[in-house]
Design a protein around this ligand. Structure first.
Ligand code: BG6
Length: 507
């Protein structure tokens, strides 16, 4: 018996169902670089500045990470320096994708999630003709994945609206953006028909309320504080209509493809069993579910409608919008899951922090990552059960992972590696919890893609030093480094997990 066979036997055949997809997830804006190559336009991410969290006044202010003004954008555009705008260089996936995909294939990936940068295909967003060089780049990426036996899982919008759309049209606030987006969706779903089976519309669609610029292309300083909530929800409505029409377009172009929504899934616990805390947790959770409710059930939930009424928010809908939402629900539900939080009716004397750009009360029973995110595998199981019970649609966990500071050291074969037992531990426990959700709780799942299988630029802080990968990329926060790739200890571990269809996570 080989090591792997022994391990599987020892794990008692705790495997995932046949056909379960295993892999990893990245996004164009955080890994590609090549921000001015191949005719690409500037996207919101190309003007996102590096922030050292330790120098920030209020670490819990996500707006401090992600907000921007027109003046800051002007300054960014006058500045060619890629070091202070790290997403401009990313990890140079644009030039190294073949090597990177081969490395991922070495772990036995059957799925690879990445996004198509809208601004590579329509540099300003509102052109009528696509940029052929951009389409050819993704031809090569997709073909490379397929040649290595990986199913591409493609996000249509992952914090990458073309900057010109934000400046000229106020991003998703303008209804015309729906039409521009659909032109992009039509072009890519037609071009890659038969080669991409799984699509996601908006990454973490609920994040428009947390970082409106990155998600919705909204430059907050252009609006008065009083009107901004209305602006955000109007933009959200346009994304819902666009998402439904994207489902329609993708199905028309390829009847075999499946399209999913994507939520930032946290488990939100009541801080105590005081009824007021339980109610607060329920309300916060409804605030997140509301986004999938529209995309899965095709109708606005009572929760959102009553919130609009109470806060005097009047969403402008065109005749036919509600029919569109109802006619084109998503085929499956996907989510990111990193951590859980608590909710308390009275936060006095409680520790509050950010968990993946969402604010919450810290759970005293949980350990946190170096970035303060709570580590809670059981919360993943709870979330999966909740999502499946609520929607009855297959679930795809398309992000899960540990951001950590890694140390590159010499290995015993004359090369370099990272001993990242902490990452293995995090992933092992989450995979175990996921298995329990599938096998013991009956949740139907399509697959699991870790964030991120190869180090890349952090979304929130634009740091390179917050690393998630099985593959170390030698790039520093200031953009210096050799860009060489090195396998960490977790690389071989995840390879074994995949080879045993999950059983090795129990070994
Ligand atoms: C998810 C995003 O919210 O979290 C990713 O979809 C992001 O883009 C990931 O990278 C981890 O967050 P961060 O800020 O650590 O990169």
């Amino acid at each position: 018996m080989s090591d792997l066979e022994n391990a599987s036997a020892a794990a008692g055949e705790r495997t995932f169902p046949d056909g379960f997809l295993w892999g990893g997830a990245v996004a164009a804006n955080q890994c590609e670089g090549g921000w001015r190559e191949g005719g690409k336009g500037v996207s919101v991410s190309d003007v996102a500045r590096y922030r050292d969290p330790s120098t920030m006044g209020d670490i819990n202010d996500v707006h401090g990470f992600c907000d921007i003004t027109d003046e800051e954008i002007d300054r960014a555009l006058e500045n060619d320096d890629e070091r202070v705008y790290p997403k401009r260089h990313g990890i140079d996936f644009y030039h190294r994708y073949e090597q990177d995909i081969e490395l991922l294939a070495g772990m036995g990936f059957s799925v690879f999630r990445f996004s198509i940068a809208w601004s590579r295909i329509f540099p300003k967003g509102d052109e009528t003709e696509p940029n052929e060089a951009g389409l050819e780049f993704y031809d090569r990426v997709i073909d490379c994945c397929r040649a290595h036996g990986m199913e591409p899982l493609v996000t249509l919008s992952h914090y990458e609206p073309p900057l010109a759309l934000c400046r000229t049209y106020n991003g998703w606030l303008d209804r015309r953006t729906i039409g521009f987006f659909l032109r992009f969706v039509d072009v890519v779903t037609r071009r890659y028909a038969g080669r991409v089976r799984y699509w996601l519309t908006f990454n973490e669609v609920d994040s428009i309320l947390r970082h409106p610029f990155m998600t919705g292309g909204l430059i907050e300083s252009r609006f008065s504080p009083e009107e901004f909530e209305q602006v955000e929800y109007q933009a959200m409505h346009h994304q819902f209509v666009a998402s439904a029409l994207a489902v329609k377009t993708a199905h028309e172009n390829d009847s075999a493809c499946q399209v999913g929504c994507m939520l930032t899934k946290r488990t939100i616990y009541p801080y105590s069993c005081r009824p007021a805390d339980v109610l607060k947790a329920q309300q916060e959770m409804r605030g997140v579910y509301a986004f999938a409710d529209v995309q899965v059930r095709g109708t606005y939930p009572a929760y959102l409608l009553s919130r609009f009424e109470r806060r005097g928010i009047d969403i402008r809908m065109e005749p036919g919008d509600e029919a569109i939402l109802a006619a084109y629900p998503v085929d499956f539900v996907s989510c990111s899951y990193y951590s859980s939080t608590c909710a308390a009716a009275d936060e006095t004397n409680l520790e509050v922090g950010l968990e993946n750009t969402a604010r919450g009360v810290k759970n005293p029973y949980l350990q946190t990552s170096a970035w303060g995110w709570s580590i809670d595998p059981t919360g993943l199981r709870i979330s999966l059960v909740d999502l499946y019970d609520r929607y009855g649609k297959p679930i795809f966990v398309v992000e899960n992972g540990l951001g950590a500071q890694d140390e590159l050291v010499d290995d015993d074969r004359g090369g370099k590696t990272v001993h990242d037992g902490y990452r293995i531990d995090y992933l092992r426990r989450h995979i175990q919890a996921m298995w329990e959700a599938v096998v013991e709780d009956g949740v139907e799942m399509l697959g699991y893609t870790t964030w991120a299988p190869i180090d890349l630029i952090s979304n929130s802080t634009n740091q390179m030093s917050k690393r998630y990968g099985f593959v170390y990329v030698d790039v520093n926060d200031d953009g210096t480094g050799s860009y060489e790739r090195y396998k960490k200890d977790s690389y071989e571990w995840y390879r074994r997990v995949i080879a045993t269809n999950g059983a090795y996570a129990f070994a």
